[in-house]
Design a protein around this ligand. Structure first.
Ligand code: G4P
Length: 539
């Protein structure tokens, strides 16, 4: 009898995993600050029924971390420092939305979050067009050919000409646009959008908060439309003809290859166009796909569990001093209490306490599949880039660190606190809040960041979480490169010769700290046996 059950359960597992993988969508929002990412996130959750009331996302953001000082910075500056993960259901699909910090100073964290998604939702303020942050983020998506859905937001305001916006996306972001909806008017005269594929018109009503949706009128030639908007309809027909002639029809293949983006117009604050985006993500965006590891490619439907850590966040809950490693599941079925191998440490760990990020709260997760994000509480032994698997040595690749652009030296006011400083910097370095370099010869620790505001966050966290009052000072360093070579002697010579400018980062990788671009170039020329990297992967 028990044999029967055994056979049944194992033979069912592959089908179950395949079904669960197929219904998962994991995406991140790419946008410049103020384009409407927070508003849109909220409306996506509202549509899915994950939250009942608009305003919850913002309230939750400030409420949960109210006593943590670095969140105070976030509140004061009105920026989002930490990424979060939200899981919700829509049309029998499980959607994992990975929020990304919007402020340009926090882009390193944002970059890495993008390595854990399968698709991106690009939000553009239609009055402003393509902005700086969006360009940078799309560059990262391009590295992995991530499919991108585009939402032109704020059509309830005076915007730029829609054709001009598409032109700008194509020329600046180098991605083909396939408009799926087309706006009818804008600002005070915004009437709705025409769905080019479904031949439907979605009528706009400002302030719409209901989940019933908006009125849909079938057919661009419907006489009702002519009656309602005689002026606009003539204009729309002309524009649609132009759009059909001048732009690309939607191609699922090109979208999945990251060459083309379907474009939707709407207004997040009015809930308008949001359902269409969710449908696009469910219908067109890819389910979790295979991922490269050092030894082989891993399929999401494999029975054995595997995954990698793309983000560490310390002290999410100030009362517990916990560190959460955000792990993206790459294959198999994760079950609470299972034993997995932590590859870097070559150690079995029993994962009994896990958190998932349901839109409404942090909850214990019982099971997870490829595409899902799980949070592993730990005391500092997990690092960004770490892989976990059920036995096999599968080290996932492609989780980058980016060479910092800004540097500071750290000094403490109270020398007795040196231990706490070291501990704090080690942890913040592993978490990726800042990059920590220890020069080989003498000198104080050097901190590197992609944006200067990271230093403020670190100073504030050192004080509040580690009791260290640190002073950050300018340095002569202007850029850094990680250094590698097969020639061990060349590396040792390099360390000995340039010890003041050679350092180890928090994960123990060798780096060269250059005083200028010229200095870097000269050093590279003088040490031809070494390779200098602007990004590095896991430890
Ligand atoms: P972000 O997360 O990308 O930084 O943007 P966020 O959603 O916070 O939106 C930035 C501003 O744009 C907010 O106004 C928000 O209300 C507004 N907004 C978002 N979507 C739309 C839209 O469809 N139409 C219009 N007209 N405005 C929109 P704010 O005044 O800066 O903040 P708040 O006081 O409204 O929160």
């Amino acid at each position: 009898m028990s044999d029967d059950i055994q056979v049944q359960s194992t033979s069912k597992t592959p089908a179950l995993i395949a079904r669960e993988v197929a219904r998962r969508r994991t995406f991140g929002i790419i946008s410049h600050p103020d384009a409407g990412k927070t508003t849109l996130t909220e409306k996506l959750l509202l549509f899915s029924g994950a939250i009942q009331m608009a305003g919850t996302v913002k309230a939750r953001k400030s409420g949960r971390h109210a006593t943590s000082d670095w969140m105070e910075i976030e509140k004061q500056r009105g920026i989002s420092v930490a990424s979060s993960v939200m899981q919700f259901e829509f049309r029998d699909h499980i959607i994992n939305l990975l929020d990304t910090p919007g402020h340009q100073d926090f882009s390193e964290d944002t970059y890495r979050v993008l390595t854990a998604v399968d698709s991106g939702l690009m939000v553009i303020d239609a009055a402003k067009g393509v902005e700086a942050q969006t360009i940078k983020l799309l560059d990262v998506c391009r590295m992995r050919h991530t499919p991108i859905v585009t939402f032109m937001n704020k059509l309830d305001r005076e915007c730029r000409d829609p054709l001009e916006l598409l032109d700008e996306v194509e020329s600046v972001l180098k991605i083909q646009c396939a408009p799926v909806t087309w706006p009818i008017g804008m600002g005070k005269n915004f009437r709705g959008v025409y769905h080019l594929i479904n031949d439907e018109i979605l009528l706009f009503r400002a302030g719409e908060e209901s989940l019933q949706g908006f009125e849909v009128i079938k057919g661009i030639d419907n006489p009702r439309l002519q009656e309602m908007f005689p002026m606009e309809m003539d204009q729309l027909r002309m524009e649609v003809e132009l759009v059909h002639g001048a732009s690309h029809p939607f191609s699922l293949e090109d979208f999945l290859a990251g060459k083309q983006t379907p474009v939707f117009f709407g207004s997040a604050i009015n809930n308008f166009g949001v359902r269409e985006i969710l449908s696009a993500l469910v219908d067109w965006a890819p389910a979790p796909e295979s991922r490269d590891a050092t030894v082989r490619t891993v399929q999401p439907t494999e029975e054995k569990f595997s995954g990698f850590v793309f983000k560490i966040q310390a002290n999410m809950d100030p009362a517990h001093r916990d560190r959460i490693a955000f792990l993206r599941v790459c294959s198999g079925r994760f079950e609470r209490g299972m034993k997995v191998k932590h590859l870097r440490l070559n150690r079995e760990v029993k994962v009994s306490s896990v958190v998932t990020f349901m839109a409404s709260s942090r909850e214990q997760v019982e099971e997870a599949y490829a595409g899902d994000i799980i949070g592993l509480p730990n005391h500092g032994n997990m690092q960004i880039g770490d892989s976990f698997s059920e036995g096999e040595m599968l080290q996932f690749t492609g989780i980058p660190y980016f060479a910092p652009d800004f540097f500071r030296q750290v000094r403490i006011r109270n020398p007795l606190k040196i231990k706490q400083l070291q501990k704090g910097l080690q942890q913040l370095g592993e978490e990726g809040a800042v990059q920590v370099f220890k020069p080989v010869q003498g000198g104080e620790v050097v901190l590197g960041a992609v944006g200067v505001l990271q230093f403020e966050v670190v100073a504030s966290r050192l004080l509040n979480e580690y009791g260290v009052d640190a002073v950050f000072e300018g340095t002569s360093i202007s850029t850094a490169r990680w250094v590698s070579s097969d020639d061990k002697k060349a590396l040792a010579d390099f360390e000995a010769a340039l010890g003041h400018n050679v350092a180890y980062d928090a994960a123990g990788n060798l780096a060269y700290l250059a005083t200028s671009g010229v200095n870097l170039r000269l050093t590279q020329e003088r040490w031809p046996k070494l390779t200098f990297h602007a990004t590095r992967e896991h430890a």
